[in-house]
Design a protein around this ligand. Structure first.
Ligand SMILES: *Cc1c(COP(=O)(O)O)cnc(C)c1O
Length: 359
């Protein structure tokens, strides 16, 4: 049975993207690959708002998230934590044997720039990890305000995860001073899983060069060396790079500004639907994510039963809460290719299913 995903990742992939993947294989050291790689760099750099290269990693986002720690943390990393993905990053740092500190915030709260300033003022840190859009709680932190604080600590490098917010709104890497800006393929970009993208600043590369335990697979210096020849360090997931090229064409055709406006409009529409139906937003309103809505299950709906109805009668799926929020919240994605029409279909299905459940 085929059904459409409105969970916040992986999300629905368009027919056009799927077709783009079904092309003959090319050798990853061939001139055809170099042409493919180099053809997408300008559009990627424009979407990353950077003049630095954008590396393509055949891994999920976690590969580059872990790799960033190995490449950047010489002394101690401060992990900004306000949900499942950002909390996990501290665990990953400790597993790597890195010195790590925690800036803990309640799930559903945004990262507080002044709390970050206070912690960094204690000294000892050389790296910060931040998740711009905590997908587990639908909370979007104020990235410009956080980066303004980090610019006051020039020795502290920033690793910013935009897995579920990249291309949903402008994230200006160079202007904000982000050292590693990373994202994955299967969320905001609406590609299948398996590819991560990262743009790395020259000073982050300089830091990496001083570190001995970068490993191989996620070594930024290997990525840089190969990038200079239009290639990746090891054999990449070529079909996903075809898909990425196709997606970049879509984004270019729509126009980034129109894409940002579409995401904002669809997000507001789902949020209004939630309010009208008696559900409150889990995060504070002003930090509500633009790419998904995480609602508190105020009405104590039987979420597995709701999803069963949605799947069986409407061929679509929403998310019934992440980790410790399972059953207590539900999440609806408006990432990727969603339109006014597809969101209208989803909301009508939700109305019908809720009506049936409350009988
Ligand atoms: C999904 C997600 C990740 C993890 O991505 P993988 O592709 O599973 O490695 C990391 N950060 C955020 C914000 C996410 O939403």
């Amino acid at each position: 049975m085929s059904y459409k995903l409105f969970i916040p990742g992986p999300i629905a992939v368009s027919e056009k993207t799927l077709r783009a993947m079904a092309q003959p294989m090319i050798g990853h050291r061939s001139t055809d690959f170099v042409a493919l790689y180099q053809s997408i760099q300008p559009q990627l750099q424009s979407l990353f708002y950077t003049k630095d290269p954008v590396y393509l990693s055949t891994s999920s986002a976690w590969g580059v998230m872990e790799g960033s720690l190995r490449n950047l943390v010489a002394k101690k990393v401060l992990c900004c934590m306000n949900g499942a993905f950002s909390d996990k990053w501290l665990d990953v740092a400790l597993r790597l044997g890195k010195q790590a500190g925690a800036l803990r915030t309640e799930w559903g709260q945004a990262i507080d720039p002044e709390a970050l300033r206070a912690e960094l003022s204690q000294g000892g840190y050389d790296t910060v990890t931040l998740i711009h859009n905590e997908t587990s709680t639908g909370t979007m932190s104020d990235l410009p305000a956080i980066m303004a604080v980090l610019r006051d600590f020039p020795d502290v490098l920033s690793i910013v995860d935009t897995v579920s917010s990249f291309s949903v709104l402008p994230i200006e890497k160079d202007a904000l001073g982000i050292d590693v800006l990373l994202t994955g393929s299967q969320k905001a970009l609406a590609l299948p899983p398996g590819l991560a993208l990262a743009s790395v600043s020259p000073r982050a590369l300089a830091r990496a060069a001083t570190l001995k335990d970068r490993g191989y697979y996620f070594d930024f210096l290997e990525f840089q060396k190969n990038h200079e020849n239009g290639m990746t360090p090891s054999t990449p997931v070529v079909p996903l790079i075809y898909a990425l090229k196709s997606k970049l064409e879509d984004i270019h055709a729509e126009g980034p500004a129109n894409r940002y406006a579409r995401h904002a409009r669809l997000n507001a529409r789902v949020r209004d639907w939630g309010r009208t139906n008696g559900f409150t937003l889990f995060p504070q309103d002003r930090y509500g994510s633009l790419s998904l809505n995480c609602f508190t299950n105020t009405r104590e709906i039987d979420l597995p039963a709701l999803n069963k109805l949605l799947k069986e009668e409407h061929a679509l799926v929403i998310d019934g809460g992440y980790g410790k929020l399972k059953g207590k919240t539900f999440r609806i994605s408006n990432m990727g290719d969603e339109t006014d029409e597809t969101i209208a279909v989803l909301l009508a299905a939700l109305d019908a299913a809720l009506a049936k459940l409350s009988k």
